[in-house]
Design a protein around this ligand. Structure first.
Ligand code: FES
Ligand code: FE2
Length: 399
């Protein structure tokens, strides 16, 4: 197994070897030593209100409850009872109007009861457990850019502040979580991340996305001059309206994480990324100057986002097994948005269905004995950087 990976250290411009996407042992190393140290977007912070005070996130056999206690403080804890280990809460459908509000957590098995700080408050049949001060295993919660994250590190992750810089002006904490969809992808999580890190595949695969985002075909046709013209125009208009796109960072790797954010015009007089090209809701954070453009970024490797003037889409990657991944997608708008969910989700729902086919077919390909790592092309520079990041992590953690 390691022979394939060790060979790659000497061929850094090629994709990863097949076993990095198919070997359950490698997935197990990722589960133990990578996933637990990465920040995971649990939910946009605006989700929490009088009706909803917790959510559940499942990643690679780990389940975590993220709740707000009665003091309105975030708590993240393992969804595993301290008695016999039963899973305590299931994930609810957050699209429904159902109340998702708890005063305490009662284990369905033998009825031990925990408060929303995770502390055991009733130990049915065994009061001595109370004296032991049993508590659900705690994780760290952080809010950044109007988004609620958890992670297994005991200290805060300073890089999360980047999201305040890039997304802070969108005031997502005052927005509305308008739609959520979960997609099951029969592929290793890295293939999904790799797909999202490049748009070189967009022109041949995403006709709707190309229609909405004129720059894809401008680049494809070698008309960078048209793109530069649109970009200058958009930035000038934005500035006139008092808004400047956040300074771009393109793939910075530090502290065991990577991230990037870039801004671009949509072109063709589009205001936003909808079928009509027209804005479908009030501007997020009153950022009218953002009209006609997009901010695309990643806080790696589990979160991608794309923001427009009236909505933002958050793509969260949740590995399940070595060859199954869930992608949970959140659409956040201004709280006064009154368009339909279909208008809102049309573009990225369509595009994701196309990506799922590509990524699942790639999983089948890398399982083949005929697969060998192939050379990256120039436009795949972020994907290449990600595979370099992953290889470095693996070399340090494989034993
Ligand atoms: S497993 Fe939870 S109370 Fe027994
Ligand atoms: Fe795609």
């Amino acid at each position: 197994m390691d022979t394939q990976l060790d060979t790659l250290v000497h061929t850094p411009t090629k994709s990863l070897p097949g076993n990095s996407y198919t070997d359950p042992n490698i997935f197990n190393i990722e589960r133990r030593f990578l996933f637990r140290s990465l920040p995971v977007l649990a939910i946009p912070a605006c989700y929490f209100d009088k009706k909803r005070n917790y959510t559940v996130v499942d990643i690679a056999h780990e389940s975590v409850i993220v709740a707000k206690n009665k003091e309105d403080e975030y708590q993240a804890m393992a969804n595993t009872c301290r008695h016999r280990g039963k899973r305590l809460l299931d994930k609810k459908n957050i699209n429904s109007n159902e109340r998702i509000n708890l005063k305490s957590i009662v284990c369905p098995y033998h009825a031990w009861k925990y408060n929303l700080n995770g502390e055991l408050v009733i130990a049915r049949g065994d009061e001595s457990s109370l004296l032991k001060g049993l508590c659900l295993k705690k994780l760290t919660v952080e809010e950044a850019g109007g988004l609620t994250f958890y992670h297994g590190k005991s200290r805060q992750i300073p890089q999360l502040k980047e999201l305040n810089r890039v997304l802070g002006n969108f005031q997502l904490q005052n927005g509305k979580l308008n739609a959520t969809k979960t997609y099951t992808v029969n592929a290793n999580w890295k293939l999904w991340t790799e797909n999202f890190l490049e748009c070189w595949h967009c022109a041949p695969n995403h006709p709707e996305l190309c229609e909405v985002k004129g720059f894809i075909n401008q680049f494809e046709e070698g008309r960078e001059d048209l793109y530069i013209h649109d970009d200058l125009n958009w930035r000038k208009q934005s500035e006139l309206q008092g808004w400047t796109p956040p300074e771009e960072v393109d793939f910075l790797s530090e502290g065991g994480l990577f991230y990037f954010n870039v801004a671009m015009p949509l072109g063709k007089d589009k205001e936003t990324a909808t079928q009509s090209g027209k804005q479908i809701g009030p501007s997020l954070g009153n950022l009218n100057g953002m009209k006609g453009g997009a901010i695309f970024g990643c806080f790696g490797p589990f979160l991608f986002y794309v923001a427009y003037v009236d909505y933002i889409v958050l793509f969260t990657i949740r590995p399940k097994t070595v060859d199954e991944t869930e992608v949970e997608v959140f659409w956040v708008t201004h709280k006064d948005y009154n368009g339909t969910k279909d208008e809102l989700t049309w573009l990225w729902d369509t595009t994701l269905q196309q990506d799922i086919v590509l990524v699942e077919e790639t999983q089948k390909g890398v399982q083949s004995l005929y697969y060998t790592p192939g050379p990256f092309q120039a436009d795949e520079y972020r994907t290449q950087a990600f595979t370099g990041w992953w290889k470095q992590w693996y070399q340090q953690n494989k034993s």
